[in-house]
Write a protein that binds this ligand. Structure first.
Ligand code: ATP
Ligand code: MN
Length: 478
């Protein structure tokens, strides 16, 4: 079906056979004896080299073969004498599908900054860096589905439009069909959402968890993998307004089972990428090493592949929030007042604290458990002492929180108490509360931000560069 991809052709033994290659020109180089065209179709980081003789084609045609133009080349697959590739195509015919005027095409063969590439997000997948990231992203997504399928989980499609703001995970985006210039009013003068499309206020989901739990109470083990939306006005390198979240939810799993699953899951999918994205990871590793050359020795990062293998091969450190606070209180940056935010039992750890624990103290991924109830969501199961909840956050080097999860409160009365405590109207989540009324069971789950995983695996520095078309404050152009 369809033409062979360049990836396949590069692995074919050269026997002077006829081949057709289609793709976009990366570079064209003319020497006295030959014209070299490097063609890429995105199937691999590697280009295929096509070679023509001087005078074989008119100057007019060759002028239209420029970086970014799209070609169909017919020729013979031969052994390459040049270094860097084993095969090349001896050109017989060139058809230019689409030209790319060199004076207008922004992706010329030179180094472009990531900031500049964000401004041309419609073209950046044609660069080596972004095509590598997108292939790795795909591979990780595939590994996620494969992992859960292998483990007996069912993929549950939770809604994207929701009418409950119960999760409280972040600011929400409103979904409405009301005419903003002519809003219907109640007698009291408030906006009358009864007249809106759903007859009530609706938003884009911040998490599929609550509905995920409903699925787990029937299918035992489910996972969601879908877009989530948070209108957080934080311009950080780790937050997007639209991101993809993976949320497994398991009946009969306690906190320890949840941690075991989370650790095995991330290790397995990272391991899958290591196995299946060698060329792209090598490319990104070299790219990072190149960037690091300008930095002093002690600021250079560990080679990407080494960093990934380390995570796959070593157990994560597990400790409680309370133990983590003790470590932070005894730490040098705390004693020397180097932390920007104060440390003490009850604080919500900021990323400088998380990064100290992961990068300086343990030097490996960390799972923190049993956080104070006040700083965690209402649905997390209370510990016996009533002060902490069975939460678990997985913290990664360079990223901070990559997974947030917990054992869920399965006791109806305790859950209702927490709902009141945090000021949620129980009416809005009556259906969620009913799971604790009818056949409740111990259960657990977690959420992994897919882009944070891709960020870690690719070694990129900004989450905006690991999703094809990022959404963040003041940016939704493409
Ligand atoms: P953070 O404290 O980093 O903002 P959070 O506590 O709001 O995270 P959760 O509500 O627990 O995160 O969401 C689960 C996971 O989703 C997080 O562990 C993280 O991997 C990811 N995540 C959360 N917010 C974002 C965002 N705005 N962009 C990308 N990923 C996110
Ligand atoms: Mn957040």
């Amino acid at each position: 079906m369809g033409p062979l991809q360049i990836k396949e052709i590069l692995q074919t033994a050269p026997e002077q056979q006829s081949v057709v290659i289609k793709g976009w020109v990366r570079t064209k180089r003319e020497s006295k004896n030959a014209i070299f065209i490097a063609l890429n179709d995105g199937s691999t980081i590697h280009n295929i080299q096509a070679v023509a003789e001087p005078g074989q084609f008119s100057a007019e045609l060759l002028q239209t073969v420029t970086t970014g133009s799209c070609l169909k080349i017919t020729g013979k697959l031969v052994e390459s004498l040049g270094s860097g590739q084993s095969v090349e195509v001896k050109i017989e015919d060139i058809l230019v599908y689409g030209t790319a005027d060199p004076d207008a095409y922004p992706l010329q063969p030179k180094k472009h900054s990531l900031e500049f590439l964000r401004e041309i997000a419609h073209l950046r997948p044609r660069t080596n860096t972004f095509s590598a990231i997108l292939r790795i992203r795909h591979t990780l997504a595939f590994a996620v589905h494969q992992y859960f399928n292998d483990k007996g989980f069912f993929y549950l499609h939770t809604p994207i439009i929701t009418a409950s703001d119960a999760e409280g995970a972040g600011e929400m985006f409103r979904v409405t069909t009301l005419d903003l210039n002519k809003l219907p009013r109640t007698d009291e003068g408030a906006i009358n959402f009864k007249e809106d499309f759903f007859g009530r206020e609706a938003n884009l989901t911040v998490s599929g968890q609550l509905e995920g739990e409903l699925g787990a109470m029937a299918l035992s083990k489910i996972y969601t993998f879908g877009p989530t939306f948070r209108a957080e006005n934080s311009n950080t390198t780790r937050h997007l307004a639209e991101f993809w979240m993976i949320e497994p939810e398991m009946a009969f799993f306690e906190l320890e089972d949840n941690m075991d699953l989370a650790e095995d899951f991330v290790k397995t999918v990272i391991g899958y990428a290591l196995e299946n994205c060698k060329d792209d990871l090598n490319f990104l590793q070299n790219r990072l090493a190149e960037e690091d050359k300008n930095k002093p020795q002690n600021e250079r990062s560990i080679p990407l592949l080494e960093k990934l293998s380390f995570v796959v091969d070593n157990p994560f450190e597990r400790l409680t929030y309370t133990e983590a606070i003790d470590i932070l209180l005894k730490s040098k940056p705390h004693k020397e007042k180097k932390f920007q935010y104060p440390v003490g039992w009850g604080i919500d750890l900021s990323s400088e604290h998380e990064r100290y624990l992961v990068e300086k103290h343990f030097k490996k991924p960390v799972i923190l458990t049993n956080y104070p109830r006040e700083i965690k969501s209402f649905y997390m199961k209370l510990d016996e002492d009533g002060k902490t909840v069975r939460a678990m956050d997985v913290l990664f080097p360079g990223i901070g929180e990559i997974i947030g999860g917990s054992q869920r409160e399965d006791n109806y009365d305790k859950l209702l108490e927490r709902v009141h405590e945090v000021g949620i109207d129980p009416q809005t989540i009556w259906w969620y509360l009913e799971t604790r009324k009818f056949g409740t069971s111990p259960h657990s789950g977690f959420g992994l931000g897919f882009e944070r995983l891709v960020l870690f695996v690719t070694g990129m520095g900004n989450i905006r560069d690991v999703i094809p078309f990022p959404r963040y404050p003041k940016s939704a152009e493409f």
